[in-house]
Design a protein around this ligand. Sequence first.
Ligand code: IMP
Ligand code: MG
Length: 333
Amino acid sequence: MGATIIVDAFWGDAGKGKFCAFLSKELNASLSVRAGTGTNAGHSVYVNDTFVKTRTLPLGWLNPTTNALISSGVAVNPDIFLEEVIKYGVSHRVFVDRNCPIIESKHIAIEQADQTMCNIDSTKSGSGSARADYIMRRGKRAQDISSLKEYIVDGITLINTEATLRSVVIEGSQATFLSLYASDRYPYVTSDNCTTNAFLDDTSLSWNLLERVVLLIKCLPTCVGNGFLPYEMSEEEIRSRGLIEYGVNTGRFKRRSKKIDWERLAFSVMINGPTEIALTFCDQYDQKISSARKKHEVTSSLRSLIDEVEERTNVTVKYLSTGKDLHDIIVLH
Ligand code: IMP
Ligand code: MG
């Protein structure tokens, strides 16, 4: 019973979708819920050899008994939503909150033509512009769109009811340091906060139904787009060490830190209140752990990192993600 929130400690792309799918199965969740700003995020995972990627649906639907909800704080692009629903054949178990802001083609066009959005290297998904119209009380809501009719629900009552009776997993999007108000890198941020509190707000889940907060820490953090990144690795080093990654959604080359910034991690822990930590992309930190699934396979270098993270945060590292497959996870406790 109760809800689990998945939140990224740094700049994104740490594997929130994978953990939403994993925890939905592990907890036998009745509902997985997408929180966050809109379609700017791309969440993906490999299931055996199949690549699964969504921009709107939380990946909890990969568990056949878990339904999916887009919560009210998330901007919805109806075309993208319907495409994903059809592609993955899940129309009988996905829902859209009636109040979600709607992204129209004009919102994408506005962002594409906007100099500031170009300067900050926005994904130009229209999410920010749609949210701005909504705030000005002239935006469309999901309930106004006829093609979404069969999916529309009162998601706020749904999530609060489900979390009272069963397990719910909330897949946040973006990341703590992409937060609009909470980050230190404005204007190189997204169009809302992306923290535990923000995801509670997106879903209107009552705080006392929140059971767990899983903070994802990418061992060698990455970021796409402009803005300050501490301990930045040179592109040459990224390439020579085989640490190249491209954005799932936009195909952009990912910048990378040489190490975890402990000061920013402390800030992230302070505001997100994690009950546990997942260290992700561990195989990039130590290739010897690639695709390991058993506790005894933890290498000494990773053990040292786990110890340091626990010592500095006072939070238990419960999970290690060791590869691209959904099942490449070590449960430590
Ligand atoms: P926007 O929210 O699309 O306007 O993008 C603003 C900034 O946040 C840009 O630097 C994007 O690269 C970054 N950003 C937005 N969504 C994500 C995400 O899901 N992962 C990583 N970076 C993101
Ligand atoms: Mg919000």
